[in-house]
Write a new protein. Structure first.
Length: 196
């Protein structure tokens, strides 16, 4: 789960950087307007955490919630990629932002936090939680640095290029692969226990 948290840090911090850049440089919104446009997604995130996540948690396990969250993250990244080709329609850009910071991040952060401590002994919960936080911030620093480095090697006419958003998508895809690995691992352990 720490590798998935690493990917979450790389994805989300890179997203925050890219969405600010896109709104200000490519779409000519002021810094204040850009910030205000993103505030509703923080409110959406809080509402989902309060009212929707408890119901989803009763139907899905943590890995499944993580995959659901990452699905929203990937849909959001695709919306932003398509927005570049469609001359940055505000509705599409904000839909992408809603999928990522309003829905996906809420589902991912909660489920991955649970995954980070579920195999730890109760007396080790603090250490496990600290390790997941460290993984997140390490991923954030390395992910943003790698994306910025790649965009310097391959400049674009836009401040946010398809390459930047493709790298963002790859971060999300890697996380989904890790979560699918967890599902396969759990399935095999259940099958093994059924045979004994």
């Amino acid at each position: 789960s720490n590798l998935t948290f690493f990917s979450l840090g790389a994805f989300f911090i890179s997203f925050l950087f890219l969405i600010s850049l896109m709104l200000q440089k490519d779409m000519d919104y002021s810094a204040a307007d850009s910030g205000l446009m993103l505030v509703p997604f923080s409110i959406l995130s809080a509402l989902i955490a309060k009212f929707i996540l408890p119901a989803v948690s009763k139907k899905l396990n943590s890995v499944q919630i993580g995959i659901l969250g990452w699905s929203f993250m990937l849909i959001g990244a695709l919306c932003l990629i398509f927005a570049i080709y469609l001359n940055h329609p505000t509705v599409l850009v904000l839909t992408g932002a809603a999928c990522i910071s309003g829905i996906g991040m809420t589902l991912c952060f909660t489920s991955l936090s649970v995954l980070g401590i579920r195999d730890a002994a109760p007396q080790q919960y603090g250490v496990a939680s600290s390790l997941t936080s460290t993984s997140y911030f390490l991923g954030a620093g390395i992910g943003l640095s790698l994306m910025t480095l790649m965009t310097q090697f391959f400049p674009s006419e836009w401040a946010v290029s398809t390459l930047s958003l493709s790298i963002l998508f790859i971060y999300g895809f890697i996380a989904v692969v890790f979560l699918l690995f967890f599902i396969i691992k759990e399935y095999k352990s259940v099958q093994t226990s059924l045979h004994y």
